[in-house]
Ligand binder design. Structure first.
Ligand code: BES
Ligand code: MN
Ligand code: ZN
Length: 495
């Protein structure tokens, strides 16, 4: 989708369709009042018909507005004039898109008029609008053989605004486009099935991203490099697969080298069969999404690099495939991690923490300002938080607060759970320094407790996105792009 900011000139506008806000008390927004005047009261007459419901997001379509060249207008109920919440604003945008998608138009014009959202800027309104225009019109068609036609016809959105708001709208467009592009990259990667999206494929996509931007550079650790570094836990996961595992490092340098980087580490299991601790058939197809964390890291870097933000960020993709085979890790095997700590692998399906722990040890050398790992780590987090909030765990209260707040602003919420010492006993092992599973209770917490043992030297947070990163099986399945909006907002706040 293309986006542009246009200064309003409703009297001369020839748009195929303009969407104009009306507040829920049926009070006109500034552009609606303007149009009402131009059209000798036609907007008032439409509102008097009662066709526009008093519910936020309702729409009514009208044609042939008097004294104008506009082909159609959509009046949309923009909720309360005062005290509009972020959530409601997004609902309104989503419903507006539903209405626009039914029309045979090539471009749509949207006036956000004088809509104000509590605690949010005009720039934010535009950024979010673009984010949802993209997510509500996204379709994954790369794998279709013949039916490749998109359902949405329009491919241009013009934001109409007055001169005062032009700078803010342009800034919002820049942010929104960069975010949408990052999310699209992540969705296309995560939706790609396991036979296409392998660790090598992830590495290729990372290379492509770096080629397109001079501030990005790439380093790849191959299995032989990882062997030299003593990454026994990572290699225990990838050894069962014919696809070689890779640790992909992407460096974004947006400011002076001496500034400590923020590090994002993504779980990149391109397919998780469970290994020898094989998953039951019904829960396996969703495991193409087990690299969603890595995809979100790539998407976030794309968004940051696109805007050339003055910050240093290192993205790490811990990419491997978890397969059963004659070479695969057996339940009970004990391996040595790069940190020197040993792990008894009691369940080969708890593989995410195994690839992440060595990545977390490796990145210590970058002296990170903060580290966030993103992982579809546990089914248990879906039981706890459903698909509403991502699970957040952290060894630093201030970092946790910053991430929660970024999630609020970006409407991509997280909720914090504890990693108290009391839970650590659950991952005790008879023979090794720890086990890779902690029993039935508090599965997401014991997974985070395991990771915390490798993240002692820096401010660290872990996002368990198993419930939020994708919608599982069925015809509406797909990667959601979460938590890219949260991560980008967190990084904006660090500048
Ligand atoms: N990738 C899964 C977690 C997952 C489950 C993600 C459902 C998305 C949807 C992870 O590798 C896994 O298998 N975790 C196990 C851990 C257990 C063996 C301790 C789980 O959650 O059952
Ligand atoms: Mn698993
Ligand atoms: Zn997994």
């Amino acid at each position: 989708m293309k986006y542009a900011a246009r200064i309003e000139s409703l009297a001369t506008n020839k748009a195929e369709c303009i969407a104009i806000p009306i507040y829920d008390s049926l009070e006109m927004s500034a552009p609606a009042a303007n149009l009402n005047q131009i059209s000798d009261g036609q907007i008032s007459r439409i509102l008097k018909s009662g066709d526009l419901k008093k519910e936020a997001g309702s729409t009514v379509l009208a044609y042939n507005l008097l004294n104008t060249k506009i082909q159609r207008i959509i009046l949309f109920n923009a909720g309360p004039k005062e005290g509009l919440t972020s959530k409601k604003f997004i609902l309104i945008v989503k419903k507006l898109i539903v209405a626009l998608k039914t029309l045979p138009i090539k471009s749509a014009s949207v006036s956000l008029g004088d809509i104000k959202c509590e605690g949010r800027s005009s720039e934010w309104l535009v950024e979010r609008t673009i984010e949802y225009f993209e997510s509500e019109t996204y379709e994954y068609l790369e794998m279709k053989g013949i039916s490749k036609t998109k359902k949405t016809l329009f491919d241009q959105v013009n934001f109409l605004c007055d001169r005062k708001l032009l700078t803010a709208v342009r800034a919002g467009i820049k942010r929104g486009k960069a975010l949408a592009q990052g999310i699209q990259l992540a969705k296309n990667l995560a939706n790609a099935p396991g036979n296409i999206c392998t660790p090598s494929y992830l590495a290729r996509k990372a290379r492509q991203l770096c080629r397109g931007n001079t501030n990005l550079s790439l380093t790849i650790l191959e299995e032989r490099d990882m062997k030299k570094l003593g990454m026994g836990a990572f290699l225990a996961v990838s050894q069962g697969s014919d696809e070689p595992g890779k640790l992909v490092l992407i460096n974004y340098q947006g400011t002076k080298k001496t500034k400590r980087p923020h590090v994002l580490v993504g779980k990149g299991i391109t397919f998780d069969t469970g290994g020898i601790s094989l998953k039951p058939p019904a829960s396996m197809p969703d495991m193409i999404y087990d690299m969603s964390g890595a995809a979100s890291v790539l998407g976030t870097l794309s968004c940051i690099a696109e805007q050339e933000l003055p910050i240093n960020v290192i993205g790490v993709l811990a990419a491997a495939e978890n397969m059963p085979s004659g070479k695969a890790t057996r339940p009970g095997d004990i391996v040595k991690t790069m940190s020197g700590q040993t792990v008894e692998i009691l369940n080969t399906d708890a593989e995410g923490r195994l690839v992440l722990c060595d990545a977390l040890t490796y990145i210590d050398k970058f002296k990170p300002a903060s580290v966030i790992d993103i992982a579809t780590l546990t089914g248990a987090i879906i039981t706890s938080l459903g698909s509403v909030a991502s699970g957040l765990f952290s060894n630093d209260d201030q970092l946790a607060e910053q991430i929660l707040e970024a999630g609020e602003i970006a409407c991509d919420r997280a909720w914090r759970l504890p990693i108290w010492e009391e839970y650590q006993t659950q991952i005790a092992s008879a023979f090794a320094d720890m086990a890779n599973i902690g029993g039935k209770e508090a599965g997401s917490i014991t997974a985070a407790c395991y990771l915390a043992r490798f993240a002692k030297n820096y401010r660290w947070a872990h996002l368990d996105v198993a419930g939020t990163a994708f919608k599982g099986s069925g015809l509406s399945k797909g990667c959601t792009g979460r938590p890219i909006a949260l991560l980008c907002q967190y990084l904006y706040d660090q500048i």
